[in-house]
Ligand binder design. Structure first.
Ligand code: DCP
Ligand code: MG
Ligand code: MN
Length: 330
């Protein structure tokens, strides 16, 4: 449902779009996470090729593309379309479910339930407003704004304004904008802000009481944040706005001060890159997550977290060459 970044240099854009469409369908309509992932992986794989695919058989040589997807590619190359996608697009129920899952806070299960109750459009949804959660109401309110990508210069503004505001609030706070912005993208779906403070370290189970909510309240009072979708001890999801700007999705995450760099690596992504890095760690006898990298002992249980003082340290433990954020596409 997320609007894709313009994919410059994709020699197989039609095919990768087709596969993304099938992935979205499996994710949102049939709720088949496994198939959705397979299609997404295939879409990424064909998008990354430096040549134009000329047959399904040829495509199956690409890792992540099996016989079935190869057949779909053949049908698409021969007819310029896919019967399966036509059927999906002509199906009222599927179309309605797909539309509803584009609302922030409405997942596949909720969308289906709403469609079963007769909801087909955003207007229908507005009529059921009282039954929606707070997050879903915000999602509906900003439906169109949330689908627009955020231009990089606007995230530069978030960086400057949040740094200024938070330094005023508490000058021990450290913040870094991660996600697709840190990977150098010209536009992003949301603003991902990673925060740490020396008052929250890994030996504590949670940050000191209200550390995140106090900080969020401050940004709300400054007008940089406008709404809350969800707020936990370490994670805020909500809405922000810079002066003259549009409503934007903002995620804020607090990580323990001594675990900052594992947090930075995780939150910089991409998600596919993270998956592959974790798989690689596993293969090398480590376990890697957003908090730590730990060696797996002979009995199979993880040992103590290793010392990490920059992202390079993590690559070093795994015997990988350091990768700059803008190369971490997968
Ligand atoms: N992340 C992850 N696995 C997930 C979700 C997120 O590893 N299932 C990590 C990697 C992502 C980062 O968190 O890069 C931020 O998540 P976003 O959903 O904000 O994704 P991006 O910032 O990478 O892209 P976008 O521009 O779509 O926000
Ligand atoms: Mg993001
Ligand atoms: Mn995010």
């Amino acid at each position: 449902a997320k609007r894709k970044a313009p994919d410059t240099g994709n020699k197989n854009e039609d095919i990768s779009n087709m596969l993304s469409q099938l992935s979205d369908y499996e994710k949102n309509v049939t709720n088949n996470v496994f198939k959705a992932k397979a299609y997404k992986k295939a879409a990424h794989a064909v998008a990354g090729l430096d040549y134009k695919i000329s047959s399904g058989k040829e495509a199956t040589r690409v890792p992540g593309i099996g016989k079935k997807i190869g057949e779909k590619i053949d049908e698409f190359l021969a007819t310029g379309k896919l019967k399966k996608i036509e059927r999906i697009e002509n199906d009222e129920i599927s179309t309605a479910i797909s539309l509803l899952t584009r609302v922030n806070g409405i997942g596949p299960v909720a969308a289906r339930a709403m469609v079963e109750k007769g909801v087909r459009s955003l207007d229908d949804l507005r009529k059921t407003k009282d039954t929606l959660t707070h997050a879903q109401q915000i999602g509906l309110k900003y439906f169109h704004e949330f689908e627009e990508r955020i231009p990089r210069p606007e995230i530069d503004q978030y960086k400057e304004l949040c740094t200024k505001a938070l330094t005023k609030y508490d000058d021990s706070i450290q913040l870094k904008i991660c996600g697709s912005y840190r990977r150098g993208k010209e536009s992003s779906f949301d603003v991902d802000i990673l925060i740490c403070h020396p008052g929250f370290v890994s030996s504590m189970k949670n940050p000191p009481k209200n550390m995140l909510s106090d900080l969020v309240n401050f940004l709300l009072s400054e007008g940089l944040l406008t709404d809350t979708l969800s707020l936990g001890n370490v994670k805020f999801m909500g809405v922000g706005r810079v002066p003259e700007g549009k409503a934007r999705r903002v995620d804020i995450r607090i990580v323990p001060h001594d675990r900052y760099w594992c947090g930075v690596l995780y939150f910089t992504g991409s998600d596919v890159f993270n998956q592959e890095m974790r798989a690689h760690a596993q293969a090398k006898g480590f376990t890697l997550n957003e908090y730590s990298i730990r060696p797996i002992g002979t009995l199979g249980s993880p040992g103590e977290p290793l010392e990490v003082s920059c992202e390079e340290d993590i690559f070093d433990y795994l015997e990988l060459t350091y990768q700059e954020p803008n190369t971490r596409t997968k």
